[in-house]
Design a protein around this ligand. Structure first.
Ligand code: ATP
Ligand code: MG
Length: 378
């Protein structure tokens, strides 16, 4: 039987563990035309959750537009990606495609073709030479125009990896998005991303164009009581035996983080046959640490001295609560609170370290944490 655990791609259906209350919350938010900024650390399962929610909303005849900002390098890319996503509505409905496209993009002369993957690809020109203002401003009116054509269906626009907007345009696109989104009272918007610190700056910092424009919704790791039946079922369906104690130890090792939990389950599956023992779990962890050893060594060697000290401090304290306290400064060899603070900022900005809801700092890559504790403790 193939290894049922997968990590790296989008998971759905049988391979998607729980998230029942998150799905309910997000579907309700979409039904109520809410604007939400959704954040969670890297690989915690945001895209998989959003895609599952979209699938359920579409089943109820809702209209969803999923826009991945990650691949956009400039405003022009963003305009095209948005236009293609909105245009899909006209293509999906099949009837009066041309008329629908002209309604969605009134003021722009859209020319569409279907590319080799079956996706609509779009070229946009101004319909009138006397028009001014950015094209994207016009394109972002499309969801409201869909609303006028579909008064009774829920409409949701999802921007994934939304923080990329700041990188490609400073705050220019955020200003345009804010004014368009504000006008669209009966369309729901989800702004999702993994660079939590940057997203918080965009949505929670006074003076930022999107400041307090949406509610915020954190995506956390999956709890042990949800992982337990999921992991047990995968092993027992294949006639294998795994105890609750082993599953508990496994989920404790990964903190329930979906990517690392699937990665460890997958390694454990590969090295066992009938019965999984506690020592098999240790072997699976060792296997992963050996596999990642060269990547972690390279990462460690490439870090400047102070961030290295902070990486080790966070890994050994696990989590680190007071990064600038006299005790942390003394114990971990910093010259001052400001040098420990700038080392921490360096690691947060590069997504190596994040903060949990109790305020403690931890290493995002759970295996890097284990590797540091094993190899770097003095
Ligand atoms: N509900 C889930 N059940 C089981 N595994 C999951 C679940 N959600 C995520 N995963 C695991 O985590 C991995 C990453 O998921 P996903 O790409 O959805 O996360 P993400 O937060 O969007 O990541 P990124 O920060 O890279 O955008 C998946 O490949 C899968 O192994
Ligand atoms: Mg994602």
């Amino acid at each position: 039987m193939n290894n049922p655990f997968s990590y790296g791609g989008i998971v759905k259906g049988k391979t998607f563990c729980n998230r029942v209350s998150e799905q309910k919350d997000l579907i309700r938010a979409a039904d109520n035309n809410e604007k939400l900024f959704i954040h969670g650390e890297r690989r915690v399962g945001k895209t998989s959750l959003l895609k599952t929610v979209i699938q359920k909303i579409e089943k109820k005849r809702g209209i969803c537009f999923y826009i991945d900002v990650w691949k956009c390098l400039d405003e022009d890319d963003f305009s095209r990606v948005c236009a293609s996503a909105f245009a899909e509505y006209a293509f999906k409905e099949k009837r009066s495609v041309g008329e629908k496209l002209r309604t969605l993009f009134a003021g722009i002369a859209p020319s569409f073709s279907i590319d080799e993957t079956g996706q609509p690809s779009v070229t946009l020109l101004r319909a009138h030479s006397n028009q001014t203002g950015p094209l994207i401003d016009e394109i972002l009116k499309a969801p409201e125009r869909v609303r006028a054509m579909e008064p009774d269906r829920p409409i949701l626009v999802v921007f994934d990896e939304f923080q990329q907007i700041r990188e490609i345009s400073g705050s220019k696109l955020e200003k345009i998005i804010r004014s368009r989104v504000q006008e669209q009272q009966s369309v729901s918007y989800f702004f999702c991303g993994s660079r939590t610190s940057l997203l918080k700056k965009m949505f929670l910092k006074k003076g930022s164009p999107l400041y307090r424009s949406s509610g915020h919704y954190p995506i956390e790791s999956i709890s042990l009581n949800h992982w337990r039946p999921f992991i047990k079922a995968e092993f027992t369906t294949a006639g294998r035996v795994i105890t609750s104690e082993t599953i508990t130890a496994l989920v404790e090792a990964t903190g329930g983080h979906p990517f690392y939990t699937q990665m460890l389950c997958s390694a454990l599956w590969d090295i066992t046959n009938d019965t999984v023992s506690a020592s098999d779990l240790k072997s699976a962890v060792n296997l992963l640490l050996e596999r990642e050893n060269s990547a972690y060594t390279t990462l460690w060697s490439a870090l400047p001295e102070l961030p290295r000290k902070m990486l080790r401090a966070v890994a050994t304290e696990n989590p680190l609560f007071k990064p600038t306290s006299g005790k942390t400064v003394r114990t971990h060899g910093f010259a001052s609170p400001s040098s420990s603070k700038s080392a921490l900022t360096y690691l947060i900005d590069r997504d190596h370290v994040a903060q949990n809801k109790d305020g403690g700092y931890f290493l995002v890559d759970r295996f890097l944490g284990m590797w540091c504790r094993r190899n770097l403790t003095l």
